[in-house]
Design a protein around this ligand. Sequence first.
Ligand code: F6R
Length: 598
Amino acid sequence: MCGIFGYTGTKKTAANRVLKGLKTLEYRGYDSWGVAVVSDQKTESRKADKEILVEKQVGKIGNSVLKSDILNLKSNTGIGHTRWATHGGVTDTNAHPHLSCDSSLAIVHNGIVENFQKLKKGLNKSHNFKSDTDTEVIVHLIEDEMKNKGFSEAVRSTFNKLDGLNAIAALSSSGEIVVAKNGSPIVLGVGSGEYFLSSDATAIIPHTKKVIFLEDGQFAILNKKGISVYSLASGKKVKTEVQILDWKAVESTTGKFPHFMIKEIFEQPKVLRNAIISLEKPAIDMAASIKEARGTFFIASGTAFHACLAGTYLFSKIAHHHVNTAVASEFNYLEDFLTKQSLIIALSQSGETIDVVEPLNRAAKKGAKIAAVVNSLGSTIYRMGSIKVLLGAGPEIAVASTKAYVAKVAFLMLVTYALIGRIEEAKKLLIKSAKEIERLLRKENISEIKKIAKTLAKSEHIYTIGRGVSYPTALESALKMKEVSYIHTEGLAGGELKHGAIALISKGTPCIVYAPDDETFESIISNATEIKSRGGLIIGVGPKNSESFDHWVPVKDVGEASLIPMVVPAQLLAYFLALGKGWDPDKPRNLAKSVTVK
Ligand code: F6R
C-alpha cells in the first residue's frame, strides 16, 4: 500500500511531475498525500541556497492541486507519497514526506517499521518528532548518521536497522535521492537527462519505457549523473539490467462512464474474448506443468482467492483433477509438505500482494516451482514466477476487482479443459459467457438491478448462498457488495446456512441465491425455501424462476461457464448500492488496490 514517486532531472518542474506521478499511484492509498521538492530559488522568505519545501493534504489526491508556491518553484528534484495509514491517524502532520529537524532531508516510506519504538528510544533526545508515524524515525536516524557519514551511506546504515518489509525514498537538499527496498516494490525509470522512482511502472511509462526493477536488499542513488544501484549489505555497486517495457501509458480516464468500476464491469465481454486468444497457449502449457507436478497448490487473496476456489471446483468436476487451494496469508502455515516437485500457482491482479509474495518466497526456498498468473506486467509476483502468465485484462483501476476476477476464472476454465485435451469447448463457453454479460448489461436489465439495489439499500445484513461452483460466486458477490456499499454481506455454502447463520434470518433479511441449471439446483432452492419460511427476502439468480424467489434476476445458462455471467448482477448491485449511499465506488474506505503490508 502507499504510493511513492520521485523525480530528478534537467526539467525544473519537479513538483508538477511528482504530483502527476502520485495521481497515477493513487489506487495504492488515498487517505492523504504530500510532495517535497528541493528549491534552488532564493526568495525573501527563504534565505538558504537550497532547501526542502513540503506540501501535504488530507484526502484523495484525485483532482487536487498544490496550493502552496512549491508548484511554481524552479526545482529539479522532488519526492512524493500517497498514503494508506498504518501508524498514526489520517492528518496532514502524519502524511508523508517527513522532514528532518533541520529540513535538509525528507523521507517517504511504504511498509511498516516494526521496531520503530525501539529505534526512537535510541535516538538523541534533541530530535523533534512532529508526527505519530513509524516513518518519521527514519529521517531522524539518517540525520544522526549524517554526523559522520555521507548521505547515501547514512541512508544505507539506517535502512539496515529497520525491521519489516519496507521501501523508502530519501531526499537531500543537495538534490540527490536515495531509495532502498526490502519487500515493497520500487521501479526506477531511466529517461534522457531525467530519472524517476515509483512504486510501480505505470507512473513511469508516460516518461520513459526504460526501467530498472530494484531488488530486495538493494539501494539506488538518483542524481544529475544518473542512477547507480548498490547492495544494502556490502555497500558495493551491483550490475543491473535496464529493461524496456513494451507498454502503453495507462488509460487513466473513465471515458464515457462515471466511474472506473462500472467501466471495468462493461469491459468484461472484451476481456473474455481476449482471453480466448491470448490465454490459450499459456493455459495449455500450464496444464502440462500441472500434469508433471506432484501436488498443485492455488494461492491468492480476496477476490483472486475466490477465483482459485472456483478453479478447484472446475478442476474436480470437469478434469477430475485435484488441486489444493489456500488463502495466501494462511499458506505459510500449510507449506510444510512442499517439495521440489510441487507447483504453486499464484493468482494476483496487482502482482504485489505481500500475503502472496511471502509464501512464494518460502516455497521458492524449498525448490517448489512457481507459476505467476497476474494482470500487472513487471510486478513482483510476475518476476518471481518461472512460469509467467499475463491475464491481459488491461489496467484495473477501481479498487474492487471485477474484470480481473473474470479474467482469472476464464484462464482457469481454459486450463481445466486443456487438462482433458478439450480446450476448444472452453473457448466456446467463454464466447457464450461474453454474450450473456453483454445481455445483462443492456439498459433494461440494468434498470432491474437498480430497483433491487434500492430494495437492498436499507438492509443491515445481506446473505448470499450457492453450492458447488456457485459457492465461490456467493463469496465473491458478498465481498463485492460489502467492500463498496459497507453493508454487512456474508457469503455461505447453501448447506452451511442451517449450521448457524440461519439464526440471523428474520423478516425481510435479503438473501441472494445462486441457482444455476446444474446438479445444485434442487438443493439450493430447498435452502432458499428454508430462508423464505423464516421471513427472508429471496433474490434468485439463474436461468429458471422459482416460487421461492421474491425477485428473479434471469441469467442464461452457459453450461459449465455459468459462474462467469452469474457474478455480474452482484457486481452491478454493489456499484448501485454504493452510489445510492453516496459512496465513491472506485475508492472504498480503508482499502487500497495494491496490498503491500501484512
Ligand atoms: C476485492 C479485491 C481484493 C483483491 C485482493 C488481492 O475486490 O480487489 O480482495 O482481490 O486484495 O489482490 P491481488 O489480486 O492484486 O493480489
